[in-house]
Design a protein. Structure first.
Length: 340
């Protein structure tokens, strides 16, 4: 049996743990074929065989040994035909696709076309539905919280307002939990937008009382006053997403202009998704990989592994991409108790 494995979308701490789990739990009569650069590798036929020596110790490494890309391989009839021809030429009996919404949406379409596919959810944003946690999220929150921890001392020493931008396109999980853990004084996430005026009033109140302030903001936060994302609308990926980034600079400029406070912006960006995964993410990734290989061995295709409670279960891939798992209001209310 030949099983293709690919990692698509943004890199994520814990990806290598999944790959290792798949290879380590495969049987002797199974050949694991690593597909390089995500779905792009199936269009270009870039692959490598993976054995136990190839995955020795990789679970402690960030990124992915297979490489990744944001490629939509079904964009045109020509690409679709090339993809199908290559799957046949590579003699792949099944494919394990590790990725977020976009990668899994392709996996779901291939499954509906009759291909044997298993999905593994991956995103630092933690917004895949019907799974409690995705690997990489825990690492991202820890990195974000550590960064904000370090910024407290400089903000307080200089009497500044610091606006810290974290990743999160539609879901504010990273910003909310990193901000709460590190004691940010205001947390702004996409699910619960505020007007610029509200942000200014929060800032004035906090500065009058305490003399310094840290604002944690998700890259996908959009003030209701402007009604759109801050980013590069001229830069769109293969799945139609604009390149976000710049909301911290935008807010810092307005706060400085409207209040006169010394205000600076810090964009954590890709720092959140890089580097060594936490122990939690290494273990979760490993469990996902092993469970995915079990599904392949049982020929239980069209499924995605998921964490529910403390159990690794399987659900239809469509359940994972049907909706975004967003921050509920009751949880944001908890954070608001500490806005000051």
């Amino acid at each position: 049996m030949r099983v293709g494995v690919l990692t698509g979308g943004g890199d994520c701490p814990g990806l290598n743990a999944v790959i290792r789990g798949i290879v380590q739990s495969s049987s002797e009569d199974t050949e694991i074929i690593g597909i390089l650069h995500g779905w792009k590798g199936l269009l270009t036929k870039e692959t490598r065989s993976l054995d136990l020596d190839d995955v020795e110790g990789i679970h402690i490494l960030g990124g992915t040994i297979l490489g990744t890309s944001r490629t939509y391989p079904l964009k045109t009839p020509e690409m679709k035909k090339e993809l199908e021809d290559n799957i046949k030429e590579l003699e792949l009996d099944s494919i394990i696709a590790i990725g977020g919404d976009d990668t899994l949406s392709v996996a779901a379409k291939l499954s509906s076309m009759g291909y044997s596919v298993v999905g593994v959810p991956k995103t630092i944003d933690n917004d895949v539905s019907n799974t409690d946690y995705t690997f990489g999220y825990h690492t991202a929150v820890n990195v974000g919280a550590d960064a904000i921890d370090r910024l407290h001392s400089t903000a307080k020493s200089h009497g500044r307002v610091l606006v810290v931008e974290l990743m999160g396109r539609e879901a504010g999980w990273i910003t909310l939990e990193a901000g709460m853990a590190a004691g940010a004084h205001l947390i702004l996430i996409p699910e619960f937008p505020k007007k610029i005026g509200e942000v200014i009033e929060y800032t004035k109140k906090r500065m009058a009382k305490n003399g310094y302030m840290i604002i944690a903001v998700a890259e996908g936060f959009s003030p209701t006053d402007i009604g759109k994302y801050v980013g590069r609308e001229d830069e769109v990926d293969a799945f139609g997403h604009i390149r976000l980034g710049g909301i911290a600079h935008y807010l810092a400029d307005i706060i400085s202009e409207k209040t006169g406070f010394d205000t600076r912006s810090i964009v954590l960006g890709h720092l959140l998704r890089g580097g060594t995964p936490t122990a939690f993410d290494r273990i979760l990734g490993t469990r996902y990989g092993v469970r995915a290989m079990e599904l392949v061995n049982k020929k239980d295709f069209g499924r995605m592994v998921a964490l529910q409670g403390n159990e690794i279960v399987s659900i239809p891939i469509e359940y994972g991409i049907a909706t975004k798992k967003l921050v509920p209001y009751y949880y944001y209310q908890l954070a608001e108790l500490f806005f000051e």
